[in-house]
Design a protein around this ligand. Sequence first.
Ligand code: PBG
Length: 333
Amino acid sequence: MGYPDVRPRRLRRTPALRRLVAEVQPAPRELVLPMFVREGLTEPRPITSLPGVVQHSRESLRKAVVEAVQAGVGGIMLFGVPQTRDAVGSGGIDPAGILNVAIRDVVSEVGDATVVMSDLCLDEFTSHGHCGLLAPDPSAPGGVVVDNDATLARYAEMALAQAEAGAHLLGPSGMMDGQIGHVRRALDAAGHTDVGLLAYAVKYASAFYGPFREAVESALDGDRKAYQQDPANAREALREVALDVAEGADIVMVKPALPYLDVVSAVAAAVDVPVAAYQISGEYAMVEAAVANGWLDRDRAVVETLTSIRRAGAQIILTYWAVRAAKLLSALG
Ligand code: PBG
C-alpha cells in the first residue's frame, strides 16, 4: 500500500499527535554540564569563544552547581584551570590543585544530589599542553612523543586524588592505551571500588575542540593526532570501546557528538553499558555564533541537536547548554 491510502502526515497534524508518536525526547536527567574552574579568580570570567560559558571562581562554581541541580541536570563534569603548569602536570595530582579542591567544594555543597564527574587528563596541567608525559623520540615530529606507559602512572595518581576529593565518576580523556584498566586497578587497590569510570572511549582528533583550548588556556602547540583517533575511522571506534568495556568502563563516551552520530549509533548497538556523547565546545560555538548573527533560533537548534544525539543512541549527553536545555525540556513536559 502507498499513497493515497497511506498518508504519514496524519500523525503530524497536531502537537498532541506529534507528541504521542515522538520516538525520543532528551530528559534533563540525561544532561551533564561541563564546568570550568580557574585557580585564583575572585569573579567568574567569560570565555570569548563560548558565549554564556565562564571560567568559574571557586565561589561562583558552588552557586552554579546548585543552580544546575535545581534545573534537574543529571550531573556535572569539572575541568580545572591552574595558575601554573609544569612538564609533568603536578597540579592535577596535588590535593591542593584547583581541580581537586573544586571537587571537594562541589561535593560539600551538593553531596549525592547530583553526579560529580571530573576530567582525568593532564593537558590542563602540563606546560606543553599534551595529555601525558613527553619522552624524546628523534623520529617523531618535534622530537618528542607522549609516553603512554609513563602517563598511565600519572593518571593513576590523579585518579586517587580525585577519588579522595569525592568525585563519583572519573572521566579519563587522554586516549592512552590501557588507561581504563590501569586507573581501575589503582582505584580498587586503594579501596575506591565504588568510584566509577566514564571512559572517553572514542575521542577523535577534532578541530572542534578549539574553544575548549581557550577555556582551559591550553598551552598546546601542535596536535593530538598521535593519540586521539582519526576522524576517518569508525571500525576503530568499536575496537576502542570493546577494550574499554573489557577494562572495566562503567560508561563509554563518544566525542565529539554531532559530526560522529554514525559512531554513536554503532557504539550503542555494540555495548551493554550506558553510552554518552559529548557535544563539545566547537559544536556549541558554531550554533552560538549563528545565533549571535540572527541566523538561527537558539532554543530550537539546541533541542534539535540534543534530540539527534539522543536518537543516535546516546543516553547521556554532555553539553554546555545543559541548564538552558533542562529548563526548555522541562517546559515541554
Ligand atoms: C582533554 C579534553 C578536551 C576536551 C575535553 N577533555 C580537549 C582535547 O582533547 O583537546 C574538549 C571538550 C570540548 O571541546 O568541549 N582534557
